[in-house]
Design a protein around this ligand. Structure first.
Ligand SMILES: [Cu+2]
Length: 393
């Protein structure tokens, strides 16, 4: 990664399993003119991941200005199921990076309305950097890799005719089985892969509907609706295989094996009443153990919760089992006002008592204002070290 900007930035790879030293968080600033060459072994299932800057206090501005992209992983071990899913990039397997922007008026990339509290809400949607996008569909089924790459806005995706579509993957890869839905919520940073079935000659419009109070209400974009992407089917469509009934093994995190619990209370721009401190390790986690993390939004604003360096499982949403589209691996989970989620979390390998991974709200203004903490992954019995001097920017 070469920084050709005139200011310091970083590159972080959400959802990637890697050493903390390669994670590209706030402890790995890359100064103007500097080149950073991270290296790690990809050892996780196929997934739709992404990358974006993570400089301390500046993440929202850098992401809003366009520093983000997808990082797609394939997995030879999943080749059989991959063959049965739409998998030809740009033909029937399409990245859909959704971001809201503002193109006129003052304060184009400032925090936006003082009322929003969550940061800038654009009035124009872009897909892959394009205004008013459409896609020419040439196959019976098309796979959309959806990424909410917005800094603040939560989307409630669905089609103009309310058709059902299959969610086949969440943040960390394929679900155990396809989940048929007619709407899908994605908060900032969340991804999902969906398969849509088309009829010859028809148009279908992917939209985002009002999110109401759950999305934070009027001042936080809750009453906004957008056309996201038009799908235009050709008069004749090439045959696509049916979506397999079984996609991947279920996540192997068992509640019976939980050895510890932690709770995280989200209020304002704090987690457990604390704001981000680069010199403080908030949590010390033992490698290869399974923990239950309870995240509660005790606030009037929507938040979400993102953890670096691993994929977790949503065990419960407000005490109930999660819907089928959340039955797979996740690294970011939406936590609306008043909600409580229980996560099963395990870190494997890559211990480092000195260099932390981050956990934070992925509404990036909240993150920038302090709604973030630091965890280190250690060997059994090992203690957290001190964050190394000189790593801080
Ligand atoms: Cu938040």
């Amino acid at each position: 990664m070469h920084n050709g900007l005139d200011e310091t930035s970083t590159v972080h790879w959400p959802g990637m399993h890697l050493p903390a030293a390669m994670d590209g968080g706030p402890h790995r600033p890359v100064d103007p003119g500097e080149t950073w060459t991270p290296e790690w072994e990809i050892d996780q299932p196929a997934a739709t991941l992404w990358y974006h800057p993570h400089p301390h206090g500046e993440t929202a501005r850098h992401v809003y200005r366009g520093l983000a992209g997808m990082f797609l992983l394939d997995d030879p071990a999943q080749a059989e199921v991959a063959e049965s899913l739409p998998h030809e990039y740009g033909v029937d397997d399409v990245p859909v990076i959704v971001q809201d922007k503002r193109f006129d008026g003052s304060r184009l990339d400032e925090d936006g309305s003082v009322f929003s509290g969550i940061g800038l809400l654009g009035d124009t949607l872009l897909v892959n950097g394009t205004v008013g996008p459409y896609f020419d569909v040439t196959t019976e089924r098309v796979r959309l890799r959806l990424l909410n790459g917005s800094t603040a806005r939560t989307y409630r995706f669905g089609f103009d005719d309310a058709r059902s579509f299959d969610v086949i993957a969440s943040d960390g890869g394929l679900l155990p089985a396809p989940a048929p839905v007619d709407e899908l919520w994605l908060s900032p940073g969340e991804r999902a892969e969906v398969v849509v079935t088309m009829e010859p000659g028809e148009d279908a419009v992917l939209r985002s509907e009002e999110t109401g109070q759950r999305g934070g209400g009027r001042f936080q974009g809750g009453s906004d609706r957008f056309d996201v992407l038009q799908l235009r089917a050709a008069a004749e469509l090439a045959r696509s295989p049916g979506v397999p009934a079984r996609l991947a093994a279920a996540p192997d995190l068992s509640a019976d094996e939980v050895t510890g619990t932690r709770s995280f209370r989200l209020t304002g721009t704090s987690i457990n009443g604390k704001q981000m401190d680069m010199d403080r390790i908030d949590e010390t986690v033992t490698v290869d153990t399974i923990e239950r993390w309870t995240v509660r939004n005790a606030d009037g604003s929507p938040h979400n919760f993102h953890v670096h360096g691993t994929q977790f499982v949503v065990e419960r949403l407000d005490g109930a089992p999660p819907p089928a589209e959340l039955a797979g691996w996740k690294d970011t989970v939406f936590v609306p006002s008043g909600a409580e989620v229980d996560l099963l979390v395990r870190f494997t390998g890559h211990t480092d008592p000195d260099l932390p991974f981050m956990f934070h709200c992925h509404l990036l203004r909240h993150e920038d204002q302090g709604m973030m903490g630091q965890l280190v992954v250690v060997e059994p019995g090992e203690e957290a070290g001190a964050v190394p001097e000189g790593h801080d920017h």
